[in-house]
Design a binder for this molecule. Sequence first.
Ligand code: ADP
Ligand code: MG
Length: 591
Amino acid sequence: MKELLSLNKYLIKYKYRLGLGVIFVTSANVFAVLPPVIVRNVLDEMYSAIDRYKLIADSAISNLYIDQVMQIVMTNGLLLLAFAVIRGVLMFFMRQTIIVMSRHIEYDMKNEIYNKYQSLDTAFFKSHQTGDLMSRISEDVSRVRSYLGPAIMYTLNVTVLATMAIWGMLRVNVTLTIYALFFIPLLAISMIKINQIINKRSSKIQAQLGVLTSKAQETFSGIRVIKSYVQEKSVQTNFERYCRAYRRSNINLAKTEAMYTPLMGIFIGLSLIITIYIGGKMVIEGLITVGNIAEFIIYISMLTFPVSTLGWVSTIIQRAAVSQKRINDFLKIEPTIQNNIAATNKDLEGKIVFENVSFTYPHTGIQALKNFNLSIEPHQKIAIIGKTGSGKSTLAHLLYRMYDVENGAIFIDNENIKNWDIDALRGQMSYVPQEVFLFSNTIAANIGFGEDQLNIAEIREAAKTAHVHKEIENLSDKYETIVGERGVMLSGGQKQRVSIARALAKDHKLIILDDCISAVDNDTEQHILANLKKNLDQKTLIIITHRIFRNWDFDKIIVLDEGTISEEGTHEELMKLKGFYYDMYQYQIME
Ligand code: ADP
Ligand code: MG
């Protein structure tokens, strides 16, 4: 429960709304406990009036008397009506304050969590699944909101109402109050018990639903594989099995839920019978009036609903505590990659030095780079070649400060990368990752991503350099074509080129292309390379690739093997070495 204490800062932030809510709850309940008193008075009045009427029934004033009595009934009836209306209005405002407060807090929390997510490192996202991140920001927050809104409101309501009603009853007769309320705690306990069972079953259902959804999701994303291997039937059978389990659990839950109302009926019925029986005897003994019995009956029925919601409220609170713990767990994480206090924020030139850099991935313990040394001058064009898993992408990750080096250091423009302002650094590089990513937006928006205003001329220019302009022009909506989720509308090669265009549209001084010219044919590859050569004269370019680009004189070519440089030099130098590069070149010529 102490996890929920972290929400107090929000309750304090919205203290005026909450305070108003408390006032509305209290005053609404005042108008709830007044009607029983009025009913009692009217009833008692009527009884004595009937007795008096019998005495004067035949006299001339009898009609007048009836009129008077009716007047009393009418006035009190109208009073009851007025109270009901006032109470309704107050309850409206009670919801308007407390529930609205919970919505405001929900909004604040979502933003807080979202900001936290964005501040965290890549390593965090690698070790947590997207679904988990999503559920904490949506489901967990909404569970916590149920606590802040409905749970707080109902708890306040039941406390105030019960206090007032019990006080009203005690004022009439202590003994009868004890009898009348005898079953109420039992009602509360059984409601809490039923709720616990319902909870257990609901959580099971939730888990089953989770499995069901992820199975369905997986099937749909892998639908092409399933269809091509003609596995529709077996997938369907599998799905049906999960569905059956899900149905069984739901039916079980329905059985428990069905006990709710009857149990409530039994306890209320018992309370009423006892009240009428004991109360009746007391009326005969002259201890209380008939009106008092009516008053009690109204109190009891008034208490039933709030008491029966206790179980539900306790569940909400427990669930909220669990959810808040999950949220707090993430909020507590501090990003390891953080800005230095005196972070450098200057224009990037493009000089890069790797000095004895070693790096091990935190989660797998795989050492991706070992004592790596490399120095790149501004405007140089560098190629990094190596087998898969040799550490090429890791170099890019480190340059981008997605991770920090383990040993050694990276200098950009003679400044340790750790002293650069992270946003300034990233904001001046263009990096095209190996796994390209497009947003489900227009092509223009994808290329212009990150710009406040799309500059169509620039976007087209970048697309031309990336050799994708003509293909875009052939699409039905040209640059306004929506690419679909993750760019499903485009081929792998088109996606790569749109991503390259995105990097080029930024006019940054340093460009890193991570194996992103791999899904295109030879001809296209040559076009892209020729364009890059022509347009990136004044920029530093690092091309990571697993094949050799023959028609380009790189200033330096690095061959990576298991995290270390195995060969280094210009094309001619490497050819003379007759090593990996030479073999690969021969192999590529033969293709
Ligand atoms: P390349 O780009 O040359 O194919 P990488 O730099 O991606 O190679 O990977 C180098 C090594 O680090 C590989 O052994 C790979 O399995 C490992 N690796 C890459 N990315 C991660 C990651 N996010 N977490 C853990 N290990 C990784
Ligand atoms: Mg790679």
